[in-house]
Design a protein around this ligand. Structure first.
Ligand SMILES: NC(=O)C1=CN([C@@H]2O[C@H](COP(=O)(O)OP(=O)(O)OC[C@H]3O[C@@H](n4cnc5c(N)ncnc54)[C@H](OP(=O)(O)O)[C@@H]3O)[C@@H](O)[C@H]2O)C=CC1
Ligand SMILES: O=C(O)C1=N[C@H](C(=O)O)C[C@H](O)C1
Length: 271
């Protein structure tokens, strides 16, 4: 029986007599936080279109997040804002509700706080995924794999100008994965003899990897990882052209989170 499966009976006719056959229903009651936002609205549409999911609460600014609990959400998806997401998670984890989180802004300190809350709520699962699109997940994986072979690497992330934060959660995560791969390969610091006269000219330094953030109307979510070695470069690029790109990954997280208690960072282990 799945974690939230409920057994129900269906009636069938065999040999002229009615009999009952047990059928296991795996429907999941889902709440969405940030339901009127750019991604939240897309997630609501995805949940409503799925045969095995029920949208029981759609919450945004002005609504009471307690509704998520009182309406029986088993899993809550959060696409809100880095400034408010921790408050939501404290409420959800305290109530034993699983969470699938796309909202950015998770540093080591926040993750440690979250782990502490989860220790007091055994059986509850939280998935924090910097990016739910399959192409972005593959882009991060390919970048980490390539990083061991190149002396140089820089990341350019490009987004719409209404984005809450910079650098993007995806770029931070990519930089961390690339930096780890470089360490494991025994590579030292990336070569850079530049002496800059303007702050910011070389972007932000994330674990020794330079990250550049572009914000321009017309863009949605894009990233390039530029790797360089003697006489060659390799550019790994991903483009999200529509927010529909995030929905299948979110629904995969929703369906899998009850079976993965504790904290998971990145959708990779659900694929
Ligand atoms: N992991 C991933 O794959 C992705 C992650 N993201 C991240 O998701 C987050 C949201 O992005 P996006 O959808 O573009 O942002 P939006 O601003 O379009 O949506 C956020 C929504 O949350 C609402 N909101 C803000 N505070 C609260 C609150 N306290 N309670 C309930 N709702 C609240 C906002 O309302 P109001 O507008 O009134 O403030 C808005 O409707 C960002 O951190 C972004 O980086 C985005 C895309 C993909
Ligand atoms: O705000 C966005 O739009 C996005 N945010 C996430 C991030 O910061 O990485 C994911 C994607 O890049 C879109």
């Amino acid at each position: 029986m799945p974690a939230w499966g409920s057994a129900c009976q269906t009636r069938g006719r065999r040999g002229g007599t009615w009999h009952y056959r047990e059928r296991v229903s795996e429907r999941v009651a889902v709440g969405v936080l940030g339901a009127r936002g750019r991604v939240g609205a897309e997630v609501c549409r995805g949940v409503e279109a799925a045969d095995d999911l029920d949208l029981v609460a759609a919450v945004d600014v002005g609504d009471d997040p307690q509704e998520l609990v009182s309406r029986g959400a088993q899993v809550v998806v959060d696409f809100t804002h880095p400034d408010v997401v921790m408050g939501h998670l404290e409420l959800l984890v305290g109530a034993g509700v699983h969470a699938v989180v796309g909202t950015t802004g998770f540093d080591d300190e926040r993750l440690a706080t979250l782990r502490g809350w989860l220790e007091s709520s055994p059986g509850t699962g939280v998935l924090i995924a910097p990016n739910f699109s399959i192409g972005a997940i593959l882009m991060m994986r390919f970048a980490a794999e390539a990083a061991a072979y190149y002396e140089s690497v820089e990341i350019v992330e490009l987004h719409h100008p209404d984005k809450a934060d910079a650098p993007s959660g995806t770029a931070r995560r990519t930089a961390q994965l690339v930096a780890r791969a470089r360490r494991e390969a025994g590579l030292g610091a990336v070569p850079d003899a530049t002496s800059t006269s303007l702050d910011g000219a070389r972007g932000a330094d994330v674990d020794g990897v330079h990250v550049h953030s572009v914000r321009a109307r017309g863009l949605l979510a894009h990233q390039e990882v530029v790797l360089g070695g003697p006489g060659e470069t390799l550019t790994i690029r991903h483009d999200s052209l529509d927010r529909a790109s995030f929905v299948p990954g979110v629904l995969t997280g929703v369906r899998g989170i009850a079976a993965q208690p504790g904290l998971t960072v990145g959708l990779e282990s659900f694929l």
